[in-house]
Design a protein around this ligand. Sequence first.
Ligand code: SF4
Ligand code: FES
Length: 274
Amino acid sequence: MSEADLPVEARTVRLEVARTSADGADAGRRDVFDVPYDDRTSVLDALQWVKDHADPTLTFRWSCKMAVCGSCGVMVNGRPVLGCETFVRGYRTSGLVVEPLAHAEVLRDLVVDTDTFLGKLAAVQPWLVPAGATRLPLVDAPAEDPAPDRGEDALRAHGPSSGSLQTPGELAAFKGFAECIDCMLCYAACPQLDPAPDFLGPAVVATARRWDEDSRDAGELDRADVLDTEFGAWPCIQVGACTQVCPKGVDPARALRDAQRVATETWEARSRRG
Ligand code: SF4
Ligand code: FES
């Protein structure tokens, strides 16, 4: 009788999970579990089954279970995926080897440190820099008295016609890059994070391009100071693995190509001017 002929309650899949304790003492340990599954069982469901029925100490991250929050990324059989949208049925014969995302420090089991990534993200000012904006200090300013509540009438008076309007074409210029959910799968897939761990990396450059391409933004020169550097956009050698694994279709490889092209054009223009 084949696996597919078995009643759902009798189907199990082999799940091998990398384990690391909080003090790092048992790094390299692997635990194996036989996990029941049906056609709707995700990798995240399988990990939760282990936590509920076999080992409550197994540690992993998730929040939305709908491919939106970006927190459930893991390596499955060597490929970075979102655990909540990857189904066990695709591994029924091979089994699953589940490991923490590559190119990130492991804090415990499948949980990796995100601080390095978030630090790189902050470096490219991932927010709208309006023309003529006053630079905000990077430390908390003393709290001021709250602004008086002007009420709904005042809000209506400053409705959409007073904002920075965009055409559909202007929106389309950056919308693809704005889909990023900061899941770090592209970092796990990038071969350049090994030789150049300080490389800003795919998602950060995609985010920088998201704002550079925004018609309301005037922060391109500030971001260029970070992108056109040894560890900015230049370590990318266009393997394209980042784009292949991205669960949101962001195409960070194109963002890196664009960033390198813009940096080259800017350098050439400055050289011509002498
Ligand atoms: S670019 Fe794609 S893979 Fe990389 S962090 Fe954003 S959503 Fe995830
Ligand atoms: S749990 Fe939010 S993306 Fe998977």
